[in-house]
Design a protein around this ligand. Sequence first.
Ligand SMILES: CC(C)(COP(=O)(O)OP(=O)(O)OC[C@H]1O[C@@H](n2cnc3c(N)ncnc32)[C@H](O)[C@@H]1OP(=O)(O)O)[C@@H](O)C(=O)NCCC(=O)NCCS
Length: 179
Amino acid sequence: MTCQDLEVVTGIEKESQPEPWSEKAFVEELSRSPQGAFVARIWSEGVGGSQGERPPEIRMVSSPPDWKVCGYVCFWVVADELQILNLAVDKAFRRGGVGTELLRYAFTAGISAGAKTGFLEVRKGNRAGREFYKRAGFREVGERPGYYGPCRETAVLMERDLGLGELQSTWPDRNGKMT
Ligand SMILES: CC(C)(COP(=O)(O)OP(=O)(O)OC[C@H]1O[C@@H](n2cnc3c(N)ncnc32)[C@H](O)[C@@H]1OP(=O)(O)O)[C@@H](O)C(=O)NCCC(=O)NCCS
């Protein structure tokens, strides 16, 4: 993620989170932890002015800038812990495996920085988020009542051993086959 991505990132953030991070919060995150913020870009017909027959495809690095930002993940690695801070996918591209690929990327970066366990907090009322993380191998290990914002929503704490198994990818390969 770079500052050039922030217009799209904050747009996705506003439609994804009840208390969205501001642009300033993302800028602070980028300066504090530039190795811990990534965007996913997607090519699809009509996006970026390109036309053609290539199937939708996700790229995590070195994608041409006209590929549309469709999601992002922010995380910290502290000692041997990977803390997922924020992860969201553009509504138009959900249930296509983008979130899973972002998480996989965070795991890979975290493991190479020495992380052994992944942690995160998710709103108790965020059913989709909790299901998503469960599917990715996280388990619910506790709750923090009143953790979020003015409505004092409970946070559910989730944890995953990063040495345990592979994340299942739901993203089709170039032949459309699910891997
Ligand atoms: C949660 C979120 C990141 C998932 O992104 P995504 O790209 O749609 O996720 P994937 O396509 O990789 O989904 C993987 C699996 O997670 C589960 N899942 C994802 N969204 C789900 C939903 N709305 N309801 C139930 N299960 C869901 C499913 O098991 C899914 O596999 P399937 O599609 O084969 O059934 C996305 O819905 C989002 O941006 N939500 C708003 C922000 C948010 O809640 N972030 C997480 C807390 S910070």
